[in-house]
Design a protein around this ligand. Structure first.
Ligand code: NAG
Ligand code: NAG
Ligand code: NAG
Ligand code: NAG
Length: 322
């Protein structure tokens, strides 16, 4: 540090004067960052802003603007040198996705737009401006991918046992919390695994095993602690496995009854028609009362309906009778 009293004694006067003048100038020229943290969703655009003083008309030839990403080795994001854009040093991570809104420079705003934001864009950015004086500010960019799309599954794994599964992709890592209808926490009964999914996202899969309970709601919550954001899905266990089977068989019997009624009435109509033409009412009565399995041999009905359909129905009828 160059304090004016010690300065004169220890350092050449000229250097001291220059140093003092430099600090004085810098004190006048300050870059500000109206917002020091930006949070953006993966794939969206973000515009980060720095401001600097412009007195009167901007002299482009005197202006240098640069944005760089702070990492072990800094990455150049954007460079404007003495009024000329220079993309030679731009890091390949940013190629084709960066725009500086030049019209706003006149107003003393350095607006950097990053398009189609990637997860690796997250981090700290330094916005430097040299215009008479020089200064910079640091801005933090956070990238998030909400666990928006939750795929759920309910699978019966045996006697009154169910596996409930919730899966989703996002960033950063989310915890999965499970609750029942009474909001009791069941998380410790669940298994949650993390894989790397598409595009560096986390694929989070959580499975809860439930025994002995039916007609109940369960909820899985993806808790993104860092972003303080929750998304959730509700799963419902409808019935026990037995009930499901019973419902199925009830439907089967119902279908058979309908088919029987249809075939019966068709046969009856056919019979009456046949009887009135052949004037043989006895055959008709015999035909309809006798086991319908004989019917495929009857030419008339064959031509009228086609064999496969009819045989299918007859099979049902026989099942129904036994
Ligand atoms: C990002 O900006 C570009 C260019 O301005 C535009 O075409 C695109 O639709 C924007 N994307 C989103 C997600 O807004
Ligand atoms: C949710 O996931 C399904 C299947 O993975 C996909 O088809 C659908 O587009 C996704 N919806 C959203 C909003 O991401
Ligand atoms: C759960 O199942 C066990 C046997 O597996 C049975 O003894 C118990 O009564 C069941 N509990 C409920 C609430 O159905
Ligand atoms: C998200 O859910 C968890 C668990 O229910 C809760 O502790 C937390 O406060 C919730 N956070 C927000 C932002 O809703």
């Amino acid at each position: 540090m160059c304090q004016s009293s010690t300065c004169i004694m220890e350092k050449p006067l000229l250097l001291c004067m220059f140093s003092f003048y430099w600090h004085f100038l810098n004190a006048l020229f300050t870059v500000e960052a109206p917002q020091s943290l930006y949070t953006v969703e993966l794939g969206n655009n973000v515009t980060m802003e720095c401001t600097f003083p412009v007195n009167g008309k901007l002299k482009f030839g005197d202006l240098s603007v640069s944005w760089e990403k702070k990492e072990e080795l800094g990455k150049d994001v954007y460079v404007l040198l003495k009024g000329e854009e220079d993309f030679k040093s731009q890091h390949s991570d940013f190629r084709g996705r960066i725009k500086l809104l030049k019209e706003n420079l006149k107003l003393g705003q350095s607006l950097l737009q990053i398009m189609d934001v990637k997860l690796r864009d997250a981090g700290f950015y330094r916005c430097l401006i040299d215009y008479g004086g020089a200064d910079y500010k640091t801005i933090n960019l956070k990238v998030q991918a909400p666990y928006r799309n939750i795929t759920q599954g309910v699978v019966s794994t045996g006697d009154k046992e169910w596996k409930l599964t919730c899966q989703s992709e996002g960033y950063p890592k989310a915890e999965v919390i499970w609750q029942n209808g009474e909001y009791e926490d069941l998380t410790d009964k669940a298994d949650t695994s993390y894989e790397t999914g598409s595009d560096q996202l986390y694929r989070v899969t959580s499975t809860l095993t439930i025994k002995n309970r039916t007609h109940e709601n369960f909820r899985c919550i993806f808790w993104n602690k860092e972003l303080q954001k929750n998304t959730s899905a509700i799963l419902y266990i409808a019935d026990s496995a037995d009930d499901v089977l019973r419902t199925e068989s009830r439907r089967f019997v119902g279908a058979i009854l309908v088919v029987t009624a249809l075939v019966g009435s068709v046969l009856f109509i056919l019979c009456i028609r046949k009887a009135s033409t052949s004037k043989d009412k006895r055959t008709c009565m015999a035909n309809s009362s006798v086991n319908t399995a004989k019917l495929p041999k009857d030419k008339d009905t064959h031509d009228w309906r086609g064999p496969p359909f009819e045989e299918e129905e007859l099979k049902y009828i026989q099942i129904e009778k036994t």
